[in-house]
Design a protein around this ligand. Structure first.
Ligand code: ATP
Ligand code: FE
Length: 372
C-alpha cells in the first residue's frame, strides 16, 4: 500500500506520500506563517486563497519527490475536518480530482485523529489502547484510544486551546510572529524567571479533565497593563533591557502555569484511564504545542512517574503535516474504511462531505462538558 495524504484544514498546505510499512517517501509543507504574522490571525478567505495558490504544486512535488505518479497510489487520504470549511474544501477538491483521474479510493481523515495516530508511525510498538493529549492551535483534547476509530474524549477545552494562548501572549509581548508565536515565546521564556509572576493555575476547583486558557490570557494582559507594557504595536526589538527582562519573566511565568495546567489534567486523565483500561502502557502527546521542549520534559515526568511510556512525535510531525494524514489514511484503508473513487468527470461544483465541526469520539463522563 502507498497513500498520498493532503492537509488544508487551517493555515498550512501539506502533502506527503507514505508506504504501508511506515516509510515516508516524501513530505511537503507550505506555510502561511508570513501571512499570519502580517494580519494577526487566520482570515478564512485569505487562507483559502493561499491554499488554492499552492495546492497543485505541493501535491505534485510530493508525488515527484516520491518518484511516483497517481497510477502507483493505492488511495488518496484527505482531511475533511475539523477546520475551516473554505480551507478544507481546497484539499478535498484536489484529492477528488486526483482520485477521479486515477480511479483511486478516498479516505476521509479526522485532523485530530491524525495528530494522535502519527505516533503509531514513529513508534511501531504503540498498540491500542493508549492515552493521548492533543495540544494545538484549536484543540486541547485528552483522548482514550480504545482501538482504531473508537475513542473516548476524557477532556476538552471549555474556551481556548493552549496554542491559542501561546499565540496571543506572544503577540502581546511583541514577539516576531514570523516563525509562529509558540516557538518565539518558548525562546524568550529561556531568558526569564518562571517564578517571578504568580499566575494562578486554571480550573483547580473542577475535578475533571477539561481545560481553560481564556482566564490565563486575561491574567497575562492584566499583568502587562500593571507593568505599563503596551500590548499593541510594541515590538520587543524596540524594548530596552529592563523592559525585555520583564517580558521574558512574563513569558516564562505564563509557560510554567500553562504547562502546570496540562500536568494536572494529565495526571487525572491517567487515573481515569487506568480504571477504564487497566492495560494501557503509553501516553501520546502530539499537536503543534507538543514540539515545545518544556512541555515535553514536564509531561515526560508526569507520564513516567505513573509507569507509562511517553510517545511524542518529532516536532515536524507534531505541527500540521501531510505524513499524519497519509498514515491515518493507511490505517483506515487497511481496515477497509474508505470511499469508492469519485467519477472522473466530477464537476467543480459537485457536492461532497466536509466536517468543519467533528468531535473525536464519545464524551466521558457523558454530557459533562456540555455546559459551554
Ligand atoms: P488544530 O490542530 O487544533 O486544528 P492547527 O492545526 O492550527 O490547530 P497545529 O499546527 O497542530 O495547529 O499547531 C499549531 C499551534 O502550535 C500554534 O498555536 C503554535 O503556536 C503552537 N506551537 C508550535 N510550536 C510551538 C512551541 N514550540 N511552543 C508552543 N507552542 C507551539
Ligand atoms: Fe493541527
Amino acid at each position: 500500500v502507498v497513500i498520498l495524504g493532503i492537509e488544508t484544514s487551517c493555515d498550512d498546505t501539506a502533502a506527503a506520500v507514505v508506504r504501508g510499512n511506515g516509510e515516508i517517501l516524501s513530505q511537503m509543507v507550505s506555510s502561511q506563517a508570513d501571512l499570519l504574522s502580517r494580519y494577526g490571525g487566520v482570515a478564512p478567505k485569505m487562507a483559502e486563497e493561499a491554499h488554492s495558490l499552492v495546492i497543485d504544486e505541493v501535491v505534485q512535488r510530493a508525488l515527484d519527490n516520491a518518484n511516483l505518479s497517481g497510477n502507483d497510489l493505492s488511495a488518496v487520504a484527505v482531511t475533511i475536518g475539523p477546520g475551516l470549511s473554505l480551507c478544507l474544501r481546497v484539499g478535498v477538491q484536489k484529492a477528488r480530482k486526483l482520485a477521479g483521474r486515477f480511479n483511486l479510493p478516498i479516505v476521509n481523515v479526522h485532523h485530530m485523529e491524525a495528530h494522535a495516530l502519527v505516533a503509531r508511525l514513529i513508534e511501531r510498538d504503540l498498540q491500542f489502547p493508549f492515552l493521548a493529549l492533543l495540544i494545538s492551535g484549536g484543540h486541547n483534547l485528552l483522548i482514550l484510544a480504545h482501538e482504531l476509530g473508537h475513542y473516548l474524549q476524557l477532556g476538552t477545552t471549555i474556551d481556548d486551546a493552549i496554542g491559542e494562548a501561546y499565540d496571543k501572549t506572544a503577540r502581546w509581548l511583541g514577539l516576531d510572529m514570523g516563525k509562529g508565536g509558540g516557538p518565539a515565546l518558548e525562546e524568550l521564556a529561556l531568558e526569564g524567571d518562571a517564578n517571578s509572576i504568580n499566575f494562578s493555575i486554571p480550573m483547580r476547583q473542577h475535578k475533571d479533565c477539561n481545560f481553560s486558557y481564556a482566564g490565563l490570557k486575561t491574567q497575562v494582559r492584566v499583568v502587562m497593563e500593571s507593568k505599563n507594557i503596551s500590548i499593541e504595536n510594541n515590538p520587543i526589538s524596540s524594548a530596552n533591557s529592563e523592559d525585555r527582562r520583564l517580558r521574558a519573566d512574563i513569558a516564562a511565568s505564563f509557560q510554567r502555569v500553562a504547562v502546570l495546567h496540562l500536568e494536572e489534567r494529565c495526571q487525572r486523565a491517567i487515573d481515569w484511564a487506568i480504571k477504564i483500561e487497566p492495560s494501557i502502557k503509553h501516553m501520546v502527546v502530539s499537536g503543534g504545542v507538543a514540539s515545545n521542549k518544556h512541555v515535553r520534559a514536564r509531561l515526560r515526568h508526569v507520564v513516567e512517574t505513573n509507569d507509562l511510556q511517553l510517545i511524542c512525535p518529532p516536532p515536524s510531525l507534531c505541527t500540521d503535516n501531510g505524513v499524519m494524514i497519509a498514515w491515518t489514511g493507511i490505517e483506515h484503508f487497511l481496515s477497509g474504511r474508505f470511499d469508492p473513487p469519485p467519477p472522473a468527470d466530477e464537476p467543480d461544483d459537485a457536492m461532497f462531505e466536509l466536517r468543519p465541526r467533528w468531535p473525536l469520539g464519545e464524551e466521558y463522563p457523558k454530557g459533562k462538558s456540555e455546559a459551554r
